[in-house]
Design a binder for this molecule. Sequence first.
Ligand code: HSE
Length: 438
Amino acid sequence: MIDHRTLRVALLGAGSVGSQVARLLLEHADELEERAGARLELAGIAVRDVDAPRDVELPRELLTTDAHELIVGSDIVIELMGGIEPARTHILDALQSGADVVTGNKALLATHGAEIFDAADQVGASVSYEAAVAAAIPIVRPLKDSLAGDFVTRIFGIVNGTTNYILDRMDREGAEFDAVLADAQALGYAEADPTADVEGHDAAQKAAILASLAFHTHVPLERVHCEGITSIDAAAIENAKKAGFVIKLLATCERLPAEGDDEAAISVRVYPALVSREHPLASVHGGNNAVYVEAAAAGPLMFYGAGAGGVETASAILGDVVSAARRHIAGGVGVGESARGDQPIAEIGRITTRYQITLDVTDEQGVLATVAGILSQGGVSVATIEQTVSEQPDGTSRARLVIGTHKARELALSTTVERLAESVVVERVVTVLRVEGD
Ligand code: HSE
């Protein structure tokens, strides 16, 4: 047997992912040693409370509350604490002390990624983060490494399992949002405070990371257009179904070509979108994630699997640890960030797509003509229209119009929707949904 070097591995955090990472490092130590070419010695696990109950029983002598002491002298630091501080400080300290860093902290990378990658560059260390986007699914490395010679044009990602679970059940059962959210919380899919998931913030962080990798540029989180799914009700799901769509919370990253006075740019956006029921993303059910990548030479690629879960996410962490160990032994800087593209990021008004507009209107002669006139004046061309009339308790009748448009610019579309909302014939703009995946 080869006499391998021993690398000291520090683990920060022993929650559902961290405790599984510790278990796998300990249980598979011999096999991981052969794969990494170095003994991966779990030097310690920094936790807030050594007595807290855990999913996995961990050797007590490895637990410490002194993260700083553990970091100093480690070769690889795995950060799984989450949040911004103290995770950011610990990662910067680890890099300064010459360690390679593995993290799953999407919130930190989406907000302080540039600072962390610069710090790593300065000392020639690596920061790996496969687990930060879509957990077990390999997507960071394919974008950073496998597709480094290609030209990614567009990404559509279902990157939040909680919202996919909710929308999928609404689609299958015709259930209302609040009822399914309550179930998702009871089953442990959704957090007690589900804001980050249902408002799209978690997906926006992942979109910023995916777009930065795909387009070799730095995408600050605040430039990601973000809308959540709380306005999606059973009626919206039903209207989508009737028109041949399913509603998915999509993280879309897209290159926009130069057009007129507009220079070439990228668009990064998260919102509930209509996806054709024929599209491969439509068959992503439950809490699963999928990332659909279109590249100039490779064509369409789809990455699919578990987007959350302790042991699933630990798989991505372990992969990064083995790679970091190999790099640590071989030396060199490894595959670094390629964020020098410095590409302009377009406002949402610049995108062009198809839309479905749902309106409640008064059921009177000439109403349809008025609505059609406003759309036409706004430069929005109608592709389909469906009307359902319902009697109101006061004896009047109301019509619901579901209008499918041809492709339109978002700016023209949103101005037109404002005019519709102001019109006396329109009682309410119920939803405006974009179609993606064409
Ligand atoms: N809360 C996330 C989800 C998992 O529901 O997909 C962690 O990113």
